[in-house]
Design a protein around this ligand. Structure first.
Ligand SMILES: C[C@H](O)CC(=O)SCCNC(=O)CCNC(=O)[C@H](O)C(C)(C)COP(=O)(O)OP(=O)(O)OC[C@H]1O[C@@H](n2cnc3c(N)ncnc32)[C@H](O)[C@@H]1OP(=O)(O)O
Length: 706
């Protein structure tokens, strides 16, 4: 017999509807639930003695995570997707029109279609648990809330808050949800159902947002609303640069909600939703969701169980070390010891963690007691005291091979025989760091991106002698720190910096050819990168780039050669943002729009000329990256196109709506790409020559994804 998803019980004239999707760890909404729910609603609407209905989840730690994304993926046509949306509208409308109050009892994630279900209820009560979060994250999948969310949310929390939630996809914690009026009450999970039942017997109600006087003025009349919509449209376009259609569609739906009758507005939501389901941007973003979920679950070696890391040491209290200590303590819930050569370094590391936690406290995400508790998990010192039991030591010291080898020896002498030594080097081969180790099998690379607490990627780099247990433990540790972890081959630049370097070099060459700093940055921002290459070089440090380039060139060849003229920037003591001297002005320019430091051009001996066609300019940088990504896969630097896509998106910010370099190459078509690279090689130089792997695949009419 087919298992039911919903079970109905009645206690003292209060109906309790439990949702529990069999065989799945989280509830998601599926089309096939329609008839089951319809039958329940038929039954309920005939029971005149009922005083209320409480909807809750049978899962221990989640309410409903939204519509089933795989079901959306399976829609063959926009009409299929429109039908799904309209089916949702119909069921939720029936729920809303029951003759007694309907109450959602929410514990755990209540997202997308899950929140739309809760919005169709009269009242919402949620648990105060950390796991409880409410939001409409559809925009992150390139979609809009298609289950009535664009219509109901604004009526409950007001236009501004609703637009902010839907355009960012941000999830609210219980406290924030209560404050914004999204939920009516927040209680401990142990009494959630009991409190929800108390709403039975109350009046059904029309939601009314609690608005400040200014918001009332803005949202309460047509003129104010027009100003609001035009401001939001402008801000949205400046953020998306036209690359993401969903935000504009969300604004249009919300606008329809205030300007049209309900039937027309709901129809518009369904139509716009269906168009987005079939958009290439949403397909890429959904692909990303599935790919990162798949990677998260992947176990690397059969029979090798990763150990739980509870004791961590970090060598170096600088920006990277401090960030690593912070995520190890707060996310991976480990006891962390920071070791630095100076007291100042240790204090710097502790202070960094304190500041991050204090920000959370100020935003009321954590209490003062929780801040103190988390700070208790991070200690520091200038010697090896307290490090004996470390299961993993992550070094984040200067990029100096001899120093790192010394660190390995120190850790082998002062920790224990099982301690893993993980290096956060961004350029030195791990095999060299392990070369003098007594236990090289426990040496591995663990490369983070700055700032560690924000950047989602970690590259895990075993050298040829690293054992499976060390790899499995390190991957699991990075996952626990909240990172998307990809295993990459040991070699100059690993994966992310290896594909970034030719892109950055090309931008530098273009600058020397007379393209302006602003034009370069704007063009690649418009293309979809989060920052332009010149800004990125300022952020990373021009000196850091200058140090890595020769290492890559020596190991990988002339296509990595950085333009000679760039050494003049170092001679001019231009290190980037950190010393206030880079491509942009920093001193005395705080809070103002970024301005290029025009002296850069005279230092480099160039004069910015006519701006190159934006498409051509972007292609020159991006195609260098694509070609290198193809080489990396061919050489086994990455294990799959999927890892290459995730690494580029989470490590560099490769435009997510393109799905990553490999999906982008498939979209261009490998034969077209090879032809374009050939032409670029003849115009601009051999560095553009398509790699053998690309040529082979193009010849065989292959693609990276089927
Ligand atoms: C019409 C509507 O407006 C359209 C929609 O609702 S679109 C969907 C909107 N919802 C979302 O985007 C939420 C997507 N999910 C998430 O962000 C996260 O899964 C979460 C925050 C809910 C939980 O995260 P976490 O605790 O790390 O668990 P996570 O491993 O991601 O998910 C658990 C399982 O649920 C699955 N899952 C979660 N949400 C899902 C969804 N909306 N569709 C399909 N599967 C989903 C995951 O694939 C995973 O499956 P598995 O057990 O087979 O690996």
């Amino acid at each position: 017999m087919e298992q039911q998803t919903f079970s109905l019980s009645i206690e003292q004239n209060i109906a309790l509807l439990k949702m529990d999707v069999a065989g799945e760890s989280m509830n998601t909404l599926k089309a096939e639930f329609g008839p089951e729910l319809d039958a329940i609603l038929d039954d309920l609407s005939q029971q005149s003695q009922l005083q209320g209905l409480v909807v809750y989840s049978g899962k221990a730690d989640s309410f409903v995570a939204g519509a089933d994304i795989a079901m959306l993926d399976a829609c063959e046509t926009a009409a299929d997707a429109q039908q799904l949306s309209q089916q949702g509208h119909k069921v939720f409308a029936r729920l809303a029109s029951l003759p007694f109050p309907v109450i959602a009892a929410i514990h755990g994630p209540c997202l997308g279609g899950g929140l739309e279900l809760a919005l169709a209820c009269d009242y919402r009560v949620c648990s105060d648990h950390d796991k409880t979060s409410l939001g409409l994250p559809e925009v992150q999948l390139g979609l809009l809330p298609g289950g009535g969310g664009t219509q109901r949310l604004a009526k409950l929390v007001g236009l501004q808050k609703a637009l902010e939630m839907m355009l960012t996809g941000k999830q609210l914690r219980a406290k924030q949800a209560l404050k914004s009026g999204l939920v009516d009450e927040m209680v401990p999970n142990s009494v959630l159902l009991e409190v929800a039942k108390k709403y039975a017997g109350k009046a059904k109600r029309k939601p009314k947002p609690k608005l400040s006087t200014i918001s009332k003025l803005l949202e309460g009349n047509a003129l104010g609303r027009n100003i609001l919509f035009s401001q939001v449209t402008k801000q949205t376009l400046s953020k998306t640069r036209g690359n993401y259609p969903a935000p504009m569609e969300i604004i249009a739906c919300v606008k329809a909600g205030v300007e049209k009758n309900s039937e027309a507005a709901y129809l518009e939501e369904a139509q716009r939703f269906s168009k987005l389901v079939k958009s290439p941007e949403s397909a890429a973003l959904r692909g990303l969701f599935f790919a990162s979920n798949e990677l998260k679950k992947e176990s690397l070696f059969e029979g090798v169980e990763p150990r739980k890391i509870k004791q961590v040491a970090v060598l170096g209290g600088g920006l990277m070390g401090a960030g690593i200590a912070f995520v190890s303590a707060t996310k991976a819930k480990a006891q962390v010891r920071i070791k630095d050569i100076s007291e100042k370094g240790v204090l710097g590391g502790l202070n960094y963690a304190y500041k991050l936690l204090d920000k959370k406290r100020q935003r009321r995400f954590i209490s003062h007691a929780q801040l103190q508790q988390q700070m208790n998990d991070i200690t520091g010192g200038t010697d090896f005291t307290g490090m004996k039991n470390s299961q993993i030591v992550v070094e984040a010291v200067f990029e100096d091979l001899a120093l790192k080898q010394q660190m390995v020896a120190d850790i082998e002498a002062n920790c224990n025989q099982h301690t893993i030594f993980a290096s956060n080097t961004s350029s030195l081969p791990i095999a060299q760091i392990a070369a003098k180790a007594e236990r090289p099998e426990q040496v591995i690379g663990l490369h983070y991106f700055s700032p560690v607490e924000k950047m989602p990627l970690a590259e895990i780099i075993p050298h040829a002698g690293t054992n499976q247990q060390t790899i499995a433990d390190t991957v699991e540790f990075a996952r626990k720190q909240g990172k998307t972890a990809i295993v990459v081959k040991d070699g100059a630049g690993f994966y992310v910096n290896r594909i970034l370097a030719p892109y950055m070099n090309e931008a530098a060459i273009l600058l020397l050819e007379g393209q302006s700093v602003e034009h370069l940055d704007k063009t690649l921002l418009d293309y979809g990168f989060p920052v332009g290459p010149m800004t990125l070089l300022d952020e990373v440090g021009i000196d850091v780039g200058a140090k890595i380039a020769p290492i890559l060139e020596a190991e990988l060849g002339a296509r990595f050669k950085a333009p000679q003229a760039f050494s003049k920037l170092i001679d001019d003591k231009r290190l980037g943002k950190k010393n206030g001297r880079g491509f942009y002005l920093y001193q005395g320019n705080k809070g103002r729009a970024k301005k290029v430091d025009l002296q850069v051009y005279s230092v480099l001996g160039v004069k910015p000329g006519n701006p190159m066609d934006a498409e051509q300019l972007a292609k020159r940088c991006v195609y260098m990256m694509l070609n290198e990504a193809a080489r990396c896969l061919d050489e086994g630097v990455i294990n799959s196109a999927r890892d290459g896509d995730l690494g580029a998106i989470f490590g560099i910010g490769f435009p997510p709506f393109l799905g990553g370099p490999f999906r982008a190459m498939d979209k261009i078509g490998l034969a077209n790409l090879v032809a374009e690279l050939d032409e670029m090689a003849s115009l601009y130089g051999e560095r553009f020559a398509p790699c053998e792997a690309l040529k082979q695949m193009a010849e065989n009419k292959q693609s990276y994804y089927s």
